[in-house]
Design a protein around this ligand. Structure first.
Ligand SMILES: [Zn+2]
Length: 296
């Protein structure tokens, strides 16, 4: 793909807005044609950086190459998802062989990555077909949490039909730097994650649910923004993009009765806390530190 020249001067149109997309799949093939434009438009919307996750070891090289081309925006995460295979059919439960192939590649590239992910548990019946599948997923998760702990990295975590088991497993395995993305469990279960210091990222699909109980319950100290691009957009069946985290930001600000600039500052400060490698970006956090000192 011919690289489009990205204008380095492109910044946020509103200086108060600086956001981080904490979970997205920019190496999905739906972005193959126009990824440079997608990143440029995200920057114009005030998105300063993105944690780009993988699902299979076959995507590792692609995300590392993307990070090389966009070092000022892409923060790669390497990990093996509990669901393997193409989105369109042929999906299957992860195996120990999948993670065994991945670990050496992750370790070779450990200095380049911002987190281990996307990892987690997915207990949908169509994925966990055999009785042993849930236990295999837990083993695959433990191997990757152990790896994150070994290198002091955060984990970027998926949970589907497995909210309670995922938080319980993360706690049992001793994970302490955790992002739970697009959490679909009960808000009361999420609160056990909040007590453990875990963060929860909210995708733009939240706008389809004006009464999100999860957003209502979560304290802003534990909220992050994510797009999960190309999934979980504001409208069903559209290709989602990182620029749409502005919609999550607006939604959460309204629900929490904060202005958008303040909410963007809080979530970006949270992102920096969980993903320290973001510190190389200009996130405008000096303002935030001053604001926090004044308010404390
Ligand atoms: Zn994802």
């Amino acid at each position: 793909m011919a690289g489009v020249v990205v204008d380095e001067e492109v910044g946020s149109p509103s200086p108060g807005i600086s956001m981080v997309d904490c979970h997205c799949h920019l190496v999905d093939q739906s972005f193959d044609e126009d990824i440079d434009t997608v990143i440029q438009q995200a920057k114009q919307a005030g998105v300063k950086g993105a944690l780009v996750v993988t699902e299979t070891y076959t995507q590792f090289d692609k995300v590392l190459q993307l990070a090389k081309r966009h070092p000022d925006f892409v923060f790669p995460c390497l990990g093996v998802h509990p669901v393997q295979g193409a989105l369109t059919g042929n999906q299957r439960c992860v195996t120990l062989e999948d993670v065994e192939k991945a670990i050496p590649i992750i370790e070779q590239n450990i200095s380049c990555i911002a987190a281990i992910g996307e990892i987690g548990l997915d207990f949908q019946p169509r994925i966990c077909v055999r009785p042993e599948d849930k236990d295999i997923q837990r083993q695959v998760l433990k191997i990757q949490v152990d790896l994150a702990k070994k290198y002091d990295l955060p984990v970027n975590v998926h949970s589907r039909s497995a909210g309670r088991p995922t938080i319980a497993a993360l706690q049992e395995f001793g994970a302490d730097k955790v992002l739970l993305h697009a959490f679909d469990g009960k808000p009361a279960v999420a609160m056990t994650g909040v007590e453990a210091g875990y963060f929860f990222s909210i995708p733009p699909s939240c706008v389809r649910n004006p009464e999100s109980k999860l957003v209502h319950r979560l304290p802003v100290t534990n909220i992050l923004l994510e797009s999960d691009s190309p999934a979980l957009g504001p409208e069903k069946n559209m290709r989602n993009e990182p620029k749409n985290i502005a919609l999550s930001c607006d939604y959460i600000a309204t629900r929490k009765k904060l202005d958008v600039a303040e909410l963007s500052r809080i979530t970006t400060a949270n992102a920096l806390k969980l993903f320290p490698k973001l510190a190389r970006l200009d996130l405008g956090m000096m303002d935030c530190l001053v604001t926090n000192m004044k308010s404390s």
